[in-house]
Design a protein around this ligand. Structure first.
Ligand code: URA
Length: 496
């Protein structure tokens, strides 16, 4: 039986050299074991490296094994080293062993690797430096000290991260067994045991203030917080002192936040509400009869600018009305303006619009010859910090906004309407369901004008895989080409 003792420093390198020698000497996995300084030695074990067997071959390991071994060697379990050696020996006959996730050895090694990685992440997140008071030896240079208690032997693995991140500082990160020392840009490690010192500096207060400010009582989830910031790290985190109080006050603070929150309604709301009532009570073109006077698209656009037919106008920057020639043969209808459209006041100029333009061009469809509009004329969104997250319009909003779409269709009187997506389809036909099944088909609109059904270009933008996107872009292009053919044929029939 061979038994080796691994040092706290360069543990992986030591294990690697011993494992190589054992494999070359054909030592079976059951005849070798490793211990670390903290484990009790086995009596009568041979601690000398075995001599190579005459026919013994150097062990070969596939790519990835050494990376795995480097991390697993940092695991505190005494089992890690024997497990790695067993894997090494088994890999000689089964080089693809590591991809067999159901193998118990591989599974255990991966679990250990994950635990070590997690410990490294925690170290990167929870090391807190305190500035040391100047002393003569280091005159002129600021020095910092941190104490950390990792679960595994990770200081050598994580050290280079800190050297890169705090390259221009001199610092020491001490742990109970290994210490990392960074001086004048050089990183070294020391394996003398250390104890937790009692140090404080003014950064303690800064950490507490920072943490108190970023703490959002409305988002408090104690279980998730403790999983992210396990309690065992708290004693070395200055800000952890504030946690119990913050948790205790969370409910009353979030109630206060709710009570004092500014409403989503901008200051113009009162004006808008007044207009809303006015509009509902006296619609300028109530009923179709009013349409006999046939305003121009420009007049319609002007009226829509002050539209307050539903609540969406309260949040949006402006009405985004349709654009394009009033005698267009093809009308393209989307869902609602997006963030970019809302700011610019023009439909389909953001990512979905740009994609539409590109694909339309590829099939010979010139956007400037189409009338392009949306079923809903105001941007509906949910504020999230500085971002505005698109929200689908609801049926009652689509129905209210149809007032404008009806009039656009009557004025433009296209020979075909292209409905892009479920919202457009609902506005045009009364039923927006099953868009993927209905795409490529022609439906009758409420106005008698045929509606060609296709998906919304933002559907293509949301597809996660490149391959799916290519396939769907080709299908969308085919839909646009069919719609274009239809319009051209209709033009020929009309001119005959
Ligand atoms: N999506 C739409 O449906 N319309 C736009 O104008 C922009 C994005």
């Amino acid at each position: 039986m061979h038994q080796f003792t691994l040092p706290d420093l360069d543990r992986f390198e030591a294990w690697r050299d011993q494992a190589r020698a054992c494999a070359k000497a054909c030592v079976p996995a059951c005849s070798v074991s490793w211990r670390t300084g903290t484990d009790a030695p086995t009596l009568f074990a041979d601690t000398v490296l075995p001599s190579p067997e005459k026919n013994g071959k150097p062990a070969r390991a596939p790519e990835g094994f050494l990376d795995l071994a480097r991390l697993v060697c940092a695991h505190e379990s005494g089992e890690a080293f024997n497990l790695l050696y067993r894997l090494l020996i088994r890999l000689q006959g089964y080089p693809r062993l590591l991809s067999d996730r159901s193998d118990p050895d591989v599974e255990t090694a991966r679990r250990m690797e994950k635990s070590v990685r997690r410990d490294m992440q925690k170290m990167k997140a929870f090391v807190r430096f305190r500035e040391l008071a100047g002393d003569a030896e280091f005159a002129g240079r600021r020095r910092f000290f941190a104490w950390f208690e990792p679960s595994h032997n990770i200081v050598q693995l994580a050290g280079p991260f800190f050297a890169r991140r705090f390259a221009d500082m001199d610092w020491v990160i001490a742990t109970p067994r290994v210490t990392a020392i960074h001086e004048n840009g050089n990183l070294r490690f020391d394996a003398s045991p250390a104890n937790r010192p009692h140090l404080t500096d003014q950064t303690e207060e800064l950490w507490k203030t920072y943490f108190t400010h970023i703490f959002n009582p409305a988002r408090l989830k104690v279980k998730a917080m403790c999983a992210e910031m396990p309690k065992k790290y708290w004693k070395n985190l200055p800000e952890a002192e504030t946690i119990p109080l913050l948790i205790r006050e969370a409910e009353s603070r979030s109630r206060a936040m709710r009570d004092n929150a500014p409403g989503p309604v901008p200051p113009k709301a009162e004006r808008v509400k007044a207009r809303l009532h006015q509009t509902l009570e006296s619609e300028p073109w109530a009923g179709d009869a009013a349409m006999t006077s046939k305003p121009s698209i420009e007049e319609l656009r002007k009226d829509a600018a002050s539209c307050a037919r539903c609540q969406l106008c309260e949040m949006a920057t402006q009405t985004v009305f349709g654009e394009g020639p009033q005698d267009a043969d093809l009308m393209v209808v989307g869902e609602q303006p997006g963030d970019r459209e809302d700011l610019a006041g023009k439909p389909f100029i953001g990512p979905a619009g740009q994609l539409f333009d590109r694909i339309a061009k590829s099939v010979g469809l010139n956007r400037s010859e189409c009338y392009v509009t949306n079923a809903v004329k105001h941007f509906k969104f949910r504020p999230a910090g500085k971002r505005r997250i698109h929200q689908r319009p609801q049926n009652h909003e689509i129905d209210r906004c149809r007032w404008w779409l009806d009039r656009e269709i009557k004025l433009v009187a296209p020979s075909l309407i292209l409905a892009m997506g479920a919202t457009a389809l609902r506005a045009l036909t009364g039923d927006g369901s099953g868009i993927l099944k209905r795409r490529g088909g022609i439906k009758k609109s409420r106005y008698g004008i045929p509606v060609f059904v296709t998906v919304h270009p933002s559907f293509l933008l949301r597809l996660p895989s490149e391959q799916d996107r290519t396939v769907e872009e080709a299908r969308f292009a085919a839909d646009l080409a069919t719609a274009l053919d239809f319009v051209r044929q209709d033009r020929i029939i009309q001119s005959e």
